[in-house]
Write a protein that binds this ligand. Structure first.
Ligand code: AMP
Length: 192
């Protein structure tokens, strides 16, 4: 099964992806984690994306599509993936559809976590205090939310048209969100 966890930064995508990995042995593909890892290892890619990420903007479609494409053989063998933080633009969504189609696969389910702005700000302020991730600082976070609204939110109509998308209240307690995701996955899996 290929699942997209969709929503603004701070919606809880990473938390839910990690739970699915633990409970179902699924593979998580987080482009944010891959890009941060590239920076930690000091690779050429890491150096190229640092400024853009620190400023809260999206890195180029080409870079993240390549990162995902490189992983699909492995996720194929493991029965699919959880895409966390990818796709973030319509061009990325179209590329993912093409890459999966070439493997006889598809996006089986899109889970949209809906959280209001004030709650997002509060969650990220807490994460900034706890972890000190540079792009969680309040100014940069505004840019990231703005990038979400302008570039990523247009994927909602895209997946309403092309896929099995379920909206879930991401303000609910983590266990309730988890239960609703499980139900949505069953529902989408039953779809022909
Ligand atoms: P995240 O950890 O998913 O919030 O991503 C952190 C940062 O990595 C984002 O603010 C972007 O700069 C970059 N990034 C991660 N995933 C993508 C993507 N799919 N497209 C473009 N930029 C991305």
């Amino acid at each position: 099964m290929n699942l997209i966890l969709f929503g603004p930064p701070g919606a809880g995508k990473g938390t839910q992806a990690q739970r699915l990995v633990r409970e179902r042995g699924m593979v998580q593909l987080s482009t944010g984690d891959m890009l941060r890892a590239a920076q930690t290892t000091g690779s050429e890619l890491g150096r190229r994306v640092k400024q853009v990420m620190d400023a809260g903007h999206l890195v180029s479609d080409e870079i993240v599509i390549d990162l995902i494409a490189e992983k699909l053989d492995e996720t194929d063998r493991k029965g699919g993936a959880i895409f966390d933080g990818f796709p973030r633009t319509v061009a990325q969504a179209e590329a993912l559809d093409r890459l999966l189609e070439a493997r006889g696969a598809r996006v089986d389910s899109v889970i949209r976590l809906v959280v209001d702005q004030d709650e997002l700000l509060a969650r990220i302020a807490k994460r900034y205090a706890d972890q000190g991730r540079p792009d969680d600082n309040p100014e940069t976070f505004k840019t990231r939310v703005d990038a979400y609204l302008r570039q990523t939110r247009p994927l909602v109509p895209y997946y309403q048209k092309h896929g099995c998308m379920t909206e879930i209240d991401g303000m609910a307690p983590v266990e309730i969100v988890a239960k609703q995701i499980d139900q949505a996955l069953e529902h989408c899996a039953a779809r022909v």
